[in-house]
Structure formats: C-alpha cells, structure tokens
Write a protein that binds this ligand. Structure first.
Ligand code: FE2
Ligand code: FE2
Length: 356
C-alpha cells in the first residue's frame, strides 16, 4: 500500500498545513547512498538474512484494515481532546512517513550493489507506508488529511552519514515500539480511556517497529566499528540523549493528549525512556544513567525553558524583542544539555547482562 500523496479535488476532506518545523517536530533524512551500497554485511550476514526472511513473511499484511468501529468515532471527542488527538495523529503520520521515504529511497538506490540490504529496506518501507497511510486515514475521520506529496517535496532533509542514520533510526524504531506497546497495554487495562479505535491496532503495529529496530541492531553488528571504541561511545550517548530529551520536552508540552488517555505524560515518558535505554544496551556500548535523579531534574529544566521559549514566541512583542527574550533560554538549554551529556554513562556489559 502506498500512502496517499494528495487529496482529490472536491473532496470534503481539507488538506492540513504541516506544522511549523521546530527542533521538536519529526525530521526527514537523507544519507550517503554510495557508502550504504558498499557496506560489507559479512560479519553478520546470517542474522540479517534471518531478519529479511521475517520481513518477507509480512505478518501484518491483513492487519491494517479499518472496521465499523471507526464509524462516527471522531464525533464522540470533545473539542479539546479532538485538537490534541489530531496533533498526535499528525506527528505520528509525519514520522512514519519520514521512515517510509528514507527506507524507500535506500532500497531503490542500493538495489544493484547490495540486494539483501535493499530488500530489507524495501520491506520496512512497505510497513511504514501502511502505518502512515492508516494514520492519515484516521485524520480524514476528523475532516483533514496531510498532503504527503507536498511534504515530500517541501520538507528540509537532514543529511546523516550512514552510522548516524543507524543510531537515529534504531532509536526511533525502538522508542516507537515502547511508546505503542505502553499505550496499548494501558488501554487494555483502562478501556474507558480508549478515545479512538486506532489504539486497538497498536499491538501488532509495534511488532513491526520492534522488527525494524532489530534490523538496525543487526546492521550495526555487521559494521562493528559503529558500536566500538571511544568515539562510538560518545555518539551513542549523544543520540540517546537527543532522542530522549526531545521526546520528554515534546510530550510534557502536550500532556493534555496523555491526560485524555488517562496517562500522566511524565510517568509514561519515564517508563518509555527506561525501557528504550535498557533495550539499547543490547547493541550500544554504553547507555545513559537514567537511575540518577539529576538526569530527570535536568530534563525538567529543559521543559521549563521550552515553556518560556513558547511563551516568548506567542507574545505580541516585536521580532527583535522576542529574540532577546529567548536568548537566555537557548543558552540555558545548551548548558543543561551539556551537563546531561557529560553525566557518567552506564557500561552496557555491566548493565543487564541478561539482555545482551
Ligand atoms: Fe512505523
Ligand atoms: Fe518502523
């Protein structure tokens, strides 16, 4: 299934303008396709072949089929919940679609030189297209849809060398797994808080993300230098921190969405961060010391700074005055991130040896 690229003219569904790009909105990536094509998979080829075989089975081929539970479900949401839920759908759709674009392009560009890797990326693109399409269809229940063709052509693409793509996508897949499964399990116990039927699909859906994460785990093991040595350790810490801090600040800022599901954004994020950190120890040489209370205190400082930045943005002050007001908070964020980055990490082989 290919995600819709445009909305038919004359349709009752409005095309939603994409949200303004900020450091907290999902990004689109591009990479060095030549380097990716030349990658030697031999050190871990058997595992990658086994993962590809799993992808071929296409377990969720018949999963993303809408049923009559969706009929009229959107009308039951009060205006406040509706607003935060649409935001959630849009962010999720954009990040799923970002995965689709990157994997599709990779599979197309490395097909001749690296057929196994190309096939894996092709299967993952198939999954992400389903996810993005399903979310976009849910948006149309609320009378709007993202123009994914417009997004493809107009979003800025961030260039990452292959090893940075591995760190970033591995983490986004594993964090995606924990986010979806945590919501699913919570709603299983609290069915009254299931505000929309899309959450019924999260259990099988998150297994796709888990498999995608396992693929990047195997790929990093095929390129052992990406997860070996002092430089790799610094990069792993950097990516863990960037991903965790961004998610925490973003989720706390939209805590109303989690409240609508009777979840506390902070408790939910803490659990997702702890689980993703623990999972990452299977492949990253070091992970973050999330048991240190300073880690959480510092994330809270980022939350406060972010709220102040948003308040400055929303004020009626002139542009130069806004900039002046925001400056101390930007500097504050830089200082807090540096402190977080310099905290002693946890060696993965000392941490949960059972999961490695
Ligand atoms: Fe996905
Ligand atoms: Fe995925």
């Amino acid at each position: 299934m290919v995600p819709p690229t445009a909305v038919a003219k004359g349709s009752a569904v409005a095309v939603k303008d994409p949200v303004k790009d900020t450091i907290l909105t999902p990004r689109f990536y591009t990479t060095d396709f030549e380097a990716m094509a030349d990658m030697d998979l031999q050190p871990n080829e058997a595992e990658l072949e086994a993962i590809c075989e799993e992808f071929r089975k296409d377990y969720n081929r018949h999963h993303f089929v809408r049923n009559d539970e969706f009929d009229g479900a959107a009308d039951k949401l009060d205006p406040q919940t509706r607003r935060v839920f649409i935001e959630f759908l849009e962010q999720s759709c954009t990040s799923e679609f970002s995965g689709f674009l990157l994997y599709k392009e990779l599979s197309r560009r490395i097909k001749k030189k690296n057929p196994l890797l190309a096939e894996c990326f092709g299967h993952m693109a198939r999954d992400e297209a389903r996810h993005a399409g399903f979310l976009n269809k849910a948006m149309s229940d609320f009378g709007m849809q993202l123009d994914l063709g417009f997004l493809t052509a107009n979003k800025d693409y961030t260039f990452f060398k292959p090893k940075f793509i591995f760190y970033a996508t591995y983490l986004s897949e594993k964090i995606g797994y924990w986010r979806y499964i945590a919501i699913f399990r919570h709603l299983e116990k609290n069915p009254d808080s299931k505000i929309f039927p899309i959450f019924n699909f999260f259990e099988n859906w998150c297994q796709d993300e888990n498999r995608h994460g396992d693929f990047f785990d195997a790929l990093m093991k095929a390129q052992p230098d990406t997860v070996r040595g002092p430089i790799a350790k610094l990069w792993c810490r950097f990516f863990l921190l960037a991903v965790f801090a961004t998610m925490y600040v973003r989720d706390v800022a939209r805590k109303e969405f989690y409240e609508a599901l009777s979840l506390d954004a902070r408790t939910y994020d803490k659990m997702v961060i702890e689980k993703t950190n623990e999972t990452s120890a299977r492949v990253f040489p070091v992970v973050l010391d999330v048991n240190n209370s300073k880690f959480w205190d510092r994330l809270e400082r980022l939350v406060d700074n972010n709220a102040a930045l948003e308040a400055a943005d929303n004020s009626s002050a002139s542009a130069p005055l806004k900039l002046l007001r925001k400056l101390p908070y930007w500097i504050g964020n830089g200082a807090v991130m540096a402190k977080l980055f310099l905290m002693s990490p946890t060696d993965s082989d000392k941490f949960q040896p059972a999961v490695r």
